[in-house]
Design a protein around this ligand. Structure first.
Ligand SMILES: [Zn+2]
Length: 415
């Protein structure tokens, strides 16, 4: 941590309280050490007359690849395969050229930017094996934004012929079994690009190892139809069905091309999905079926995906997602903007548990963001939640705190 624990309070503010993010005018919002100690409600409030400071839960970015934030917009003009796939994709070629000394400052700079845009934690699908995980751990310790690291193998464990044969004996090669243990000694869990990158036997093995160690499991599914098609051709099952059956992931990422049957499967299995609409759009892929997933009652999160594709700015992702969802619902009523804000806050709890609430209440962690709704473009909002989701810019963030530690303080912030 770069900053000490603090105590403080805001008076006459608005705070979004509880997991439903209900806005209340509060006479006092206070914290001491790492805990919220007061949220003194005056009355519920939906709009503002003369502005206020607005306190929201710290944001969770549930899908990043911060490693390639060293290459902003490097994927421009490249296909998904050309830019991102191992072993010869642009990303992997360029990452291999960076040393610890040249790579670390990029990670730290982007973590600082995340704090500056209201993000307190992110789930990073970190490439480059244990060394990659260790590098991000170091950056996170320096900046204070929590990196929840889901590590992937440095090199693919199987030749293409073994992947397509997918025999029961195709378990992890000994060197990769050793690498898995080394990754899980540093990281919070495991991730891989697609289900098609490992054999069924390896997925079963990794599930058992991660379960035994109490680690998280995440996977990209259905980012494009190719993921499903290759899985079907190899195993007779689509990649989402295969992930749920063999790997039992805590988090499924993308679902860009999920159909009604796959959405129903996700919800039946009680799985959480992280959507990444800006990244999908930037690659020329369809937008994820946000409206269909919300209608089906799926627990949804949001991610900004690769640093190459997007700035890790969740405020931009919230705006884009809300408007894309409105277009998909095709009515004036849906979705409730609060449902979109939950995707970056309280919906995280079923996945991470522990001290991750994504919500504000007395006794919960002092992990919050203060927004300056006294500014001209925000002070007369007729709908607080809609304005938080669509109008707040990085410049409107006054402070970001995680567990009572200030990760970002604007010069304009006074307590
Ligand atoms: Zn990813």
């Amino acid at each position: 941590m770069t900053s000490p624990l603090s105590s403080g309070q805001l008076t006459d503010c608005v705070a979004l309280l509880g997991p439903e993010l209900t806005p209340f005018r509060c006479s006092r919002f206070a914290w001491s050490g790492d805990t919220i100690t007061a949220a003194d409600r005056v009355e519920p409030v939906a709009s503002l007359e003369t502005g206020a400071r607005v306190v929201i839960p710290g944001l969770y970015n549930s899908h990043t690849h911060l490693g390639d934030s060293a290459l902003p917009d490097g994927a421009t003009g490249l296909t998904l395969e050309q830019a991102f796939f191992r072993p010869a994709g642009y990303k992997y070629r360029e990452l291999a050229k960076l040393t610890r000394e040249t790579h670390l400052p990029h990670l730290e700079a982007h973590l600082r930017y995340m704090a500056r845009t209201g993000t307190v934690a992110h789930l990073d699908f970190r490439e480059q094996g244990p060394a990659g995980a260790e590098l991000l751990r170091a950056a996170s310790a320096a900046i204070g934004v929590e990196s929840i690291i889901l590590n992937q193998f440095n090199e693919s464990p199987f030749p293409e012929a073994d992947l397509r044969a997918n025999r029961p004996g195709h378990t992890l090669p000994p060197a990769h079994r050793t690498e898995l243990d080394a990754m899980l000694a540093v990281a919070d869990g495991f991730s891989e690009s697609t289900m098609n990158d490992l054999t069924d036997a390896a997925w079963t093995e990794i599930r058992a190892v991660t379960e035994a160690k109490g680690k998280l499991r995440a996977i990209h599914c259905l980012e494009s139809a190719g993921y499903r098609d290759l899985s079907l051709a190899t195993t007779g099952r689509g990649d989402l069905a295969r992930a749920i059956e063999l790997y039992d992931p805590h988090l499924v990422v993308h679902l860009t091309v999920a159909d009604a049957e796959e959405i129903a499967l996700l919800v039946r299995a009680g799985k959480t999905a992280a959507l990444n609409p800006r990244a999908n759009a930037n690659l020329g892929l369809p937008l994820p079926p946000i409206a269909a997933l919300l209608r089906a009652g799926a627990n949804l999160l949001l991610g900004t995906d690769n640093g190459m594709l997007n700035s890790p700015n969740l405020l931009a992702e919230l705006d884009f997602t809300y408007k894309a969802a409105k277009s998909q619902f095709a009515d004036a009523l849906s979705p409730d903007p609060t449902a979109i804000l939950k995707m970056a806050t309280s919906n995280i709890r079923p996945v991470l548990g522990g001290d991750h609430y994504g919500a504000l209440e007395v006794g919960l962690p002092a992990t919050f963001v203060v927004l300056d709704f006294t500014k001209d473009h925000l002070r007369h909002t007729r709908h607080l939640a809609a304005s938080i989701v669509t109008r707040v810019t990085p410049d409107d963030v006054l402070a970001t705190y995680r567990h009572g530690c200030p990760l970002y303080l604007s010069p304009a912030f006074e307590i």
